[in-house]
Design a protein. Sequence first.
Length: 653
Amino acid sequence: MERTRILILGAAGRDFHNFNVIFRGDPSYDVVAFTAQQIPHIADRRYPAELAGPLYPEGIPIFAEERLEALIHDLRVDCCIMAYSDVAHVDVMHLASRANAAGADFRLLGARRTMLRSRLPVVAVCASRTGAGKSPVSRAVAAEFRKVELRVAVLRHPMPYGDLRAQRVQRFASNEDLARHRVTIEEREEYESHLAMGSLVWAGVDYHAILEEAEKEADVIVWDGGNNDTSFLEADLYVTVVDPHRAGHELTYHPGEINLRLADVVIVNKVDTAPPSALLQVEDNVRAVNPRAVVLEAESPIVVDDPALFRGRRVIAIEDGPTLTHGGMSFGAAALAAQRHGATLVDPRPFAVGELKEVYERYRHLDRVLPAIGYGDRQIRDLEATIAAAARAGADAVAIGTPIDLGRLIRIPIPATRVRYSFRLRGGTPLPELLAPVVERARTARRLTRQPARGAPSHPKTEMMRPNERGGATKADARARSEWRSLPNAISLTRFPLAVAFVLVPAAPVRLALITAAAASDWIDGRLARSTGRVTRVGELLDPVADKTFMLAAVGALVLEGYLAAWMLPLLLLRDLGVIVGAGVALARRPHLRLPARAPGKVVTYLQFLATGAILLRPGSARWIVAVVAALGLYALADYARALMGPMRPIDR
């Protein structure tokens, strides 16, 4: 069979992950090359054979994206795969047009198809644009988990800009690990703050291997996204941060709009500095495309170590590099803080040297800020030389707006102070309440026997591009069959024959025994699923369906036999009817949704079992029993409606 020749367009991160998860072990594809964009010095190297797998004994070459058309021609490319982030929708289509015009197909892989599944609970923190404020949010999430004594592993979006073999799996527990792995300034910006707060940080190239290692040392995983890329992991809670300073970008940048549509919680950040009209625009956009998400507003207070350093001085404002470059921002925390405290910002452009001079030529929107570009030793030296030149020309101080201690890496000849954003929710659901179901799942998982991570395999055989031609069972198919065969789900299934028996056997003692057996099975399946770690997607759907089938059969039989008046049927099943409609609508809008079981709903279910038995024993009590169950059913239905409009998380049955 002729292999489909694939060219993956990337930026040393998402591209490698997509290859590892989708293409590495599939002989129907031949990935002939990667291209590189956004990050300097990542082209003209190879994805090594040790990581590429046995189908690629010589590794895979990496070329600059500027050569796209020539590569498609010379390498006889059949299909280009878009695999990097923070790109305007119009620019994605320009790339597609270039590929199509050169004779190749152009495709985007579905976000969920490249997500790995962890056996631990996961909170994913992603964004609509680079620089929206993911890092303070992910640190706040990790801090909440540590408050309840859970071990946190932060899995960071990849930044493998060095030796890919050495960077397959990276574990950071201290600043010494940063030096040992020879990380760039960009990597330090993401790792140092987590390490200072006591979290383990994991990153690298092969996220299946990374996840397996992280799970050995953690109770809960926090996915700390990069740029505006989607999560590499399936998440129990998917949080997307949007930036009102770039209102409208949440709908016009790839793949940030995907994050917005996937989100359980959307945090509109920086509300303390954004114009009110921008806040309204962003919140309207969020509700238009994801009305189910919880929308929270958050302030980003700026913390300055020494604000007195700024007053009356000429200050160089150093900001996070990616936020200013492909993130498109023209200012950050350093510039805002310096101006607030009476400083005059220095224009660094006349003093820029080396590659920093090239950065200003490429990103024309930058003027009175200095991007902390440091993807290699040469760029770090250029940054140091630019600061020194500005100091010689009269700059008095430096505002360091990157998350790292820059003074440990370069010499700064004038006084400097650090500036950083913090994070504070403005009203709405408190963070501990949002995270409470995840905390509970983590505590449950900690008590269970550790099992290998589940998810996309290192060498999947699943055909991702031509699903109609797929032959044989996939690993997902096998997992689904396994879920159906699990003991808790088998117990749930017993309620269906019990329902049939209730209708066919009119004897009251037998029916009372059937009701008792159905109620017991409802309690046992959930208890067993939680205690053995077998809470499954199938079980979350099967359990309520089995409950409602039994109750409908039982109450219907009682109506037909005269125990109940016909008008009592909808009252007794009021909550069930509402849940069926609400869940149906929610699943139609989001098929992958995992619906919450609610405590009030389970109480009403058990009351329905009791009420059915009581009506059998004392038919004259039907009216008041129906009234009580209907009233409590209304409360449970209202509670369920609130849950449907809130963040949807996998929960225990």
